[in-house]
Write a protein that binds this ligand. Sequence first.
Ligand SMILES: Cc1cc2nc3c(=O)[nH]c(=O)nc-3n(C[C@H](O)[C@H](O)[C@H](O)COP(=O)(O)OP(=O)(O)OC[C@H]3O[C@@H](n4cnc5c(N)ncnc54)[C@H](O)[C@@H]3O)c2cc1C
Length: 409
Amino acid sequence: MIAGVAFAREYGLDLSVRSGGHNVAGFATNDDGIVLDLASMNDVRIDPDRRVARIGGGTMFGDLDRAAWDFGLATPDGIISTTGVSGLGLGGGFGHLSRRFGLVIDNLRAADVVTADGRLVHATAEENSDLYWAIRGGGGNFGVVTAMELDLHEVPTVYGGPIFYPASESERVMRFYREFMASAPRDLSAFFAFHIAPPAPFVPEHLHGHTACAIVVSYTGPLDGAEEALRPVREAAPVALDLAGPIPYPDLNSMFDDLLPHGLRHYWKADFVSELTDDAIAIHVEHGPNVPTVQSLMHLYPLDGAVHDVASNGTAFSHRDVKFVHIIAGIDADAGAMPAHRDWVRAYWSALHPHSLPGGYVNFLMDEGQDRVEATYRQNYGRLSRTKRTWDPANVFHMNQNILPAVDS
Ligand SMILES: Cc1cc2nc3c(=O)[nH]c(=O)nc-3n(C[C@H](O)[C@H](O)[C@H](O)COP(=O)(O)OP(=O)(O)OC[C@H]3O[C@@H](n4cnc5c(N)ncnc54)[C@H](O)[C@@H]3O)c2cc1C
């Protein structure tokens, strides 16, 4: 790893760092440069007494989830288990457990980092604390993370899965979702989705190919209280298909893996949202049901609860005061179909953007320009830029949503 960084620096080559290979901006690869692929650095050690996982920099969430599950433990992750812990985590990282236990970075105790000058350093709250602050949201800008220590939490069998409604009910369901999440306890997470029902064995044939909206729930409270906690969700509108129930956490987190394998074409646009207004709901109801393929989607994730426990300048991730983040994704195996899917994404996102915040989520950004990167980090950009100057003044790590090294002294 150290030699790879030194080689790229010495010869002025583009340097990509790859763990899960999921980033749709495509920074984990490049032409004519170097790719440091961490896939083989995927060892996972669980310390059940300290409730800490030590993982290699190329670990996938599925490997971490399954190892922790053996001890009845888990840590916040994304909703697809084949995503890399480092790539998702260094940008912030949210999923089913975030309302209760925060972002991935809020659970990052320590990291080993190979820096631009070829050193291996340890970053914690006490040691290299500026680097520790910056990597928690700053993505791959500050070095190659070769190992991480993450907090683990007791997570017994959860109650989770999607509950689908006909797309014709989407306005009613989305309005319900907004009110429901406003008072939901932290052990209840749920995201709203538009999807086309896939021809999967668990979907009744009469629904195949039909567009639906869904609330995907994850309840980590006592199992005997789950049905009651989720009763309002089931009563929000006539239910087309109910797949929620008791499930081991690693199974919930890999439930949608088959829908989104590697190798598909993606076009994404996303934004943070302070309030889900009536106007925004009307836009969702107009565009969401036109979701073009079974892989394509609109997801609206909650970003509150424990995520708000950390100050906006407590880590590089600045959007601690928003309620939701939405993502509109056109996804297909067929390259020829992508222009039409892109048009759907752009029209939907452009209508919603005036109701959203200017910056995006660094892990959902495509190539959207330097202004958008700065808007993403908001008040933290200046400090990040100065920290970049300290740790990577020549911008060796530029294959990412790039934070430019500060030029003033
Ligand atoms: C199907 C799918 C589902 C997703 N679901 C969620 C979700 O639920 N929640 C969420 O928050 N995000 C989600 N994302 C977005 C995800 O966070 C980003 O795509 C993320 O960049 C993926 O990380 P990766 O390691 O898999 O990707 P990679 O492409 O391997 O890495 C992405 C970038 O991260 C940096 N990086 C990766 N590893 C390292 C390392 N070890 N050291 C330093 N830098 C590194 C590099 O800059 C690299 O270009 C999802 C993405 C996909 C495709």
